[in-house]
Write a protein that binds this ligand. Sequence first.
Ligand SMILES: [Zn+2]
Length: 71
Amino acid sequence: MDSNTENSFRVCLNCGYQRGFHVHFKEISVEKARLGLICPNCGQSYDIGWLTADITEMKPKKEGTYGELDH
Ligand SMILES: [Zn+2]
């Protein structure tokens, strides 16, 4: 199968950046976290409804400066 199809979510809907996303994890309960995507170019974040039950302990707290990432 060709993975480079229109079913692939790779291009940022906000700025058109085409090289994929950073991933972030948001804890939603004791046992589950939600995986989200952040555009490394403009900082737009996306909720793709992707849940994981594999993260049992997650402590990082910094959040909220997506728009200033440039490295
Ligand atoms: Zn973007």
